[in-house]
Design a protein around this ligand. Structure first.
Ligand SMILES: [Zn+2]
Length: 158
């Protein structure tokens, strides 16, 4: 399961996975009918996407009568968690906090969402560190210029 969540799901494949997650299981006809309406995709396009997801092991397929029924091998929650980790892996560890802040700023949130975030923040306050260490390869971020010491360098070497 952990290995499957590391398989990248493309934007187009997310559309298919969402239909399967929502319905628990679905035939290709059901998936096609949802996505033809939303994305204006051709039947062949959706079938190609389904085929790729089966090849990746993200969708299971079972023949029922003369058709196939598809179900998800990964949960929506795990996949969203994996995508969030991917996003945060794209930025310097020192910028993760401001990236999360930007996500919150951009999001439309309910009072319940805000209350949940407040809970998470309160818990984070208890484990916050004085300074997040940059783990970047030199040349991939500007931390060094900002006085951050990279892993490879000795702190006395500056
Ligand atoms: Zn960095």
């Amino acid at each position: 399961m952990a290995e499957l969540t590391q398989k990248k799901i493309t934007d187009a494949e997310w559309e298919v996975m969402r239909v399967v997650w929502t319905n628990g299981q679905a035939t290709s006809r059901e998936i096609i009918s949802v996505l033809q309406e939303k994305m204006d995709w051709k039947q062949a396009t959706v079938k190609t996407l389904i085929g790729r997801l089966v090849d990746k092991g993200l969708l299971a397929t079972e023949p029922i009568g003369n058709k196939f029924i598809y179900s998800a091998n990964v949960s929506e929650q795990e996949s969203v968690g994996g995508a969030t980790e991917d996003l945060l892996a794209h930025v310097c560890t020192k910028k993760v906090g401001s990236t999360i802040a930007e996500l919150i700023e951009r999001a439309t949130l309910s009072h319940a969402d805000v209350a949940l975030l407040e809970q998470v923040i309160a818990a984070k306050k208890l484990t916050a560190v004085a300074e997040v260490k940059c783990m970047c390869t030199p040349g991939q971020c500007n931390c060094k210029q900002n006085g951050c010491v990279h892993k490879e360098e000795s702190p006395d070497g500056k």
